[in-house]
Ligand binder design. Structure first.
Ligand SMILES: *[C@@H]1O[C@H](CO)[C@@H](O)[C@H](O)[C@H]1NC(C)=O
Length: 284
C-alpha cells in the first residue's frame, strides 16, 4: 500500500513539474489593482493547519502571513489578505509590491504535512513618470512584469513570454508609426507617443502573452492635466517635416548656385564676345 502511494506521489510530482514548467512552482499572473487567489495545493479541510509564508526575493526573509489558519495582524498589508474556504490565499487589489513567492504549508501536531508547493505571483503594472499630459506633449508608458528574483527573465527567455501593446479596440500598436516601442529589459516594455487632442481618456493596454495566450492585461488611461486649451492638431511626424524641409532647402541652394554660375558666365562672357567681335571686325 505504502509502495503504491509513493508511486502515486512520485507520479504527481513528475506530472506537476511538467504542468508548471522547470521551476516546479506554480505561476500566477495578475495585473496591479486586480484581486487574485493563490491556490494551496496540499490543503487539509478546515484550514486550521494552514500556514502561508511569503518571500519577495532571496535577500528578504520570509514573512508569515497566516499561521494555523489565522491571519497575522502585524504585517503591513493584512487588510488586503484573506483565506479562502479551500485555504487559498486571497489578495485584494494586488499591487506590484505583492510579487514574489508564496508557500502554503500544513502543520499537523506541529509537524509539516505533505510537500510544500510554492506559488510564484507575477504582477503586471503600467506606469508613467510624466507629470504633465496634454495635446502635443510626448508621453512614455512603461509596462513591467514584477516577479520573484529573475523568474520573469526565464519566462521571457525560455517560455515564449512577451509584452504586447494594443489600443482600446485591441489593435496591435507595434507596426503603427505613431508609437515607438522599446524593450529596455527582458521584463519591461515602453511605449512612447506624442499626445493628440483626441487622446484625453484614451486607454492603452499592455498584454502579457505566452505565445498566443494572454496571461494578464494591464492598462493605462491618459488624463489630460491643466487647462482645457485645445492646441491645434499637428499630427505630422516632426522628423518627417524636418527631413523634407532640409531636402527643400538643399535643392534651393543648388539651384541658387547654378543661377549664380550662369549669371557669372554671362556677365564675363558677354564683354569677351563683344571684344572678340570688335577684334575680328578690325582684322577683316
Ligand atoms: C479630459 O477629460 C476629462 C474627463 O472627461 C475632462 O474633465 C477634461 O476637461 C478633459 N481635458 C481636456 C484638456 O480636454
Amino acid at each position: 500500500m505504502a509502495g503504491i502511494c509513493q508511486m502515486c506521489f512520485l507520479g504527481q510530482v513528475i506530472l506537476s513539474s511538467f504542468l508548471t514548467g522547470t521551476t516546479g512552482n506554480r505561476d500566477v499572473f495578475s495585473s496591479s489593482g486586480e484581486d487574485v487567489s493563490l491556490p494551496c495545493d496540499n490543503a487539509l479541510s478546515g484550514c486550521t493547519s494552514t500556514v502561508w509564508n511569503y518571500n519577495q526575493n532571496i535577500r528578504s526573509s520570509a514573512v508569515e502571513l497566516f499561521a494555523k489558519g489565522k491571519k497575522k495582524n502585524n504585517i503591513k498589508r493584512h487588510e488586503r489578505l484573506s483565506l479562502g474556504s479551500d485555504c487559498s490565499l486571497n489578495i485584494y487589489k494586488t499591487s506590484e509590491e505583492d510579487h514574489g513567492m508564496y508557500t502554503c504549508q500544513q502543520f499537523v501536531y506541529d509537524t509539516p504535512y505533505g510537500t510544500d508547493k510554492s506559488v510564484s505571483l507575477h504582477v503586471l503594472h503600467v506606469s508613467s513618470t510624466q507629470n504633465e499630459m496634454r495635446s502635443g506633449s510626448s508621453v512614455t508608458l512603461s509596462c513591467q512584469l514584477f516577479s520573484h528574483e529573475n523568474s520573469c527573465d526565464t519566462l521571457f527567455r525560455t517560455e515564449g513570454f512577451q509584452l504586447v501593446w494594443v489600443n482600446q479596440a485591441g489593435v496591435n500598436l507595434h507596426k503603427d508609426f505613431r508609437y515607438q516601442i522599446l524593450l529596455p529589459g527582458q521584463c519591461i516594455s515602453t511605449l512612447t507617443t506624442k499626445l493628440l487632442n483626441e487622446d484625453n481618456n484614451t486607454e492603452w493596454r499592455c498584454l502579457l502573452k505566452m505565445r498566443k495566450e494572454t496571461k494578464t492585461t494591464a492598462s493605462y488611461t491618459v488624463r489630460f492635466t491643466g487647462s482645457n486649451t485645445v492646441i491645434p492638431v499637428t499630427t505630422i511626424n516632426k522628423a518627417t517635416t524636418n527631413a523634407s524641409e532640409t531636402e527643400g532647402s538643399k535643392i534651393c541652394v543648388s539651384l541658387y548656385r547654378v543661377i549664380v554660375v550662369i549669371v557669372q558666365i554671362s556677365v564675363f562672357a558677354a564683354p569677351t564676345v563683344i571684344f572678340l567681335q570688335i577684334i575680328c571686325a578690325r582684322r577683316a
